[in-house]
Design a protein. Structure first.
Length: 549
């Protein structure tokens, strides 16, 4: 008989470094497909993957109405970002109806318009929502004949007006309709009017746009041959509901609130918030309320009021009409909200127009800046200030900030993007939007280092939830946390000549009382000196345990 002895390691478990280079974006996209859902975040690891979820087939992923989110995400990956979550709030501005004066294969609303040979739009198929679970549907248009078949050349010409419509999904033929016509007055024994023919379809409904927009001038009107892919119809929010839907819901995981339920996200931006303002959909007061919501989602998480990890940061963009420094300063004073969990970059940057490289377009700087943050995190660490870094893809600025203006704006927490003597465009600021007279939480790198420490400890002590809540567990948690902070101190990331000056850890009977044990909670109090000795940033980590009595 062979005896096998298993020795369980009851010592401390090492705390590993948390990933801080994960971004969250909110805004408009060209399309929503491939498993992505409207108003719900989805993970994207590259621009190619972004196109899979948010671009129309065979498209570059950008929009005809100049949505800023695709440009921001492109700038994020261009500057070194590798992982982000994206929430699409729609494929068009609220109440923006499809332009049916020109033939197109895909509208932003998710409605497919099949062009006819003469250039007039003719068919508008709408995918029935209850039939979308198994994937997209292809509509195939091909030549057909009338009934009975032609007997001479004149009838052959006449038969060029008839067509066949085929519905396919993943190579399987779902439905087939032959001898169709766009002429609603034709005799049924000759051909079938397309709207009437597809009335019993289980998958789509058809509208004859020519019947609504303009009279059919010729009976020869018919769809152009080809294969067209159709995705679920994406309703666009109305003006009166738009702000509410953008804010979203934590429990349903939608909108702004929904993206904060993704634990790994550490930096968040809403590039199309300024597109919404630019289009006059929301006034500045409503825009400010959404910005305040984003800040509050970071701040309230410190006390555990919402069910997500704490201390994220939000990147804001100035309004597009605040081009000069005095305008930005005035707007920031009007906004009024200050926080160590927010950062503001100015001015907007100029990039090549994605669909015409000979033209340029000004875009909010948040996406490119978040890419720089992610790149610095991976190359050096979260403790390195994301400043004096070239902004890839930027060819110009909406305003050239001089040295005196930069110095004044920087003191107000406005991080400037400037053109330096070598003509490169660089980020030259690394401050948060904390109150100007405060010294704690002033620098982005310091604030994010504290966030990183808290997040790492929070994640790497999840193992305690099934342990017995007693002095043995407290000692193990204390030891692993102490060793983690000691490594940071030895790497000169914490300030202090001794460990006692650099950090403290407390997990004992004093902060874990009989009352907290009965509630199934374990408390760990941590303090780190990240600015100067004796000045501790304090935070408390609570883990909920299933007691094993």
């Amino acid at each position: 008989m062979t005896l096998i002895y298993v020795e369980e390691d009851c010592g401390s478990r090492p705390i590993e470094w948390a990933n801080t280079a994960v971004a969250g974006f909110i805004g408009f996209t060209e399309d929503i497909r491939g498993g992505a859902e409207i108003s719900k975040p989805i993970l994207v690891k590259s621009w190619v993957q972004y196109l899979k979820y948010f671009a129309s087939p065979n498209s570059d992923g950008f929009t005809d109405f100049n949505a800023y989110l695709p440009l921001a995400v492109y700038g994020y990956f261009l500057n070194g970002g590798t992982r982000c979550w994206i929430t699409s709030i729609g494929t068009g501005l609220p109440e923006r109806l499809p332009d049916r004066s020109q033939p197109v294969q895909k509208q932003h609303s998710g409605v497919l318009v099949i062009p006819q040979c003469s250039g007039l739009p003719c068919l508008n198929p709408l995918l029935r929502p209850e039939k979308t679970a198994e994937g997209s549907i292809q509509i195939v248009i091909s030549d057909s004949t009338c009934v009975p078949p032609p007997t001479n050349d004149q009838e052959q010409i006449h038969n060029s007006h008839f067509f066949t419509l085929l519905l396919k999904r993943q190579g399987e033929v779902l439905e087939q309709y032959e001898h169709l016509t766009m002429d609603s007055t034709i005799q049924s024994q000759t051909a079938t009017y397309v709207v009437e023919a597809l009335e019993p379809s289980k998958y789509i409904t058809i509208q004859d746009i020519a019947q609504f927009n303009q009279p059919i001038l010729e009976v020869t009107t018919r769809p152009k041959n080809g294969e067209y892919e159709l995705y679920p119809f994406l309703p666009t929010a109305s003006y009166d509901r738009f702000a509410h839907e953008v804010e979203g819901d934590c429990y349903q995981g939608t909108g702004v609130r929904g993206i904060f339920t993704i634990d790994e996200i550490s930096i968040v931006a809403f590039p199309d918030l300024m597109r919404i303002y630019e289009a006059g959909i929301l006034d500045l007061d409503r825009v400010h309320s959404i910005m305040e919501l984003m800040v509050s989602m970071c701040e309230t998480s410190i006390s555990g009021d919402i069910f997500n990890l704490p201390r994220r940061m939000v990147l804001f963009d100035p309004p597009p009409d605040c081009v000069k420094p005095e305008k930005v300063v005035g707007w920031l004073e009007e906004f009024g909200s200050r926080s160590m969990f927010a950062a503001l970059y100015y001015p907007w940057i100029e990039v090549h127009h994605p669909r015409n490289k000979d033209l340029s377009i000004f875009v909010p700087p948040c996406g490119h800046t978040m890419g720089v943050w992610a790149s610095i995190d991976k190359r050096f660490g979260v403790y390195k200030a994301p400043t004096n870094v070239v902004t890839e893809g930027a060819i110009g600025l909406a305003y050239d900030v001089n040295f005196e203006e930069q110095e004044r704006l920087n003191s107000l927490g406005i991080n400037c993007i400037c053109k330096v003597p070598d003509q490169s465009i660089r980020i030259l600021g690394a401050r948060t939007l904390v109150e100007p007279n405060r010294t704690d939480g002033l620098y982005i790198s310091v604030q994010r280092l504290i966030s990183y420490i808290e997040k790492s400890i929070k994640l790497e002590t999840q193992w305690v939830v099934f342990e017995r809540n007693d002095y043995i567990l407290w000692e193990r948690v204390w030891r692993s946390t102490y060793k983690f902070l000691e490594r940071l101190w030895r790497a000169r990331l914490l300030v202090g000549e001794t460990r006692e000056e650099a950090f403290f850890v407390k997990c004992d009977a004093e902060n874990n009382t009989s009352e907290t044990i009965a509630l199934g909670h374990l408390y760990l109090d941590v303090g780190v000196a990240s600015v100067q000795p004796g000045e501790f940033a304090r935070f408390r980590i609570r883990q909920s345990l299933d007691l094993l009595l």
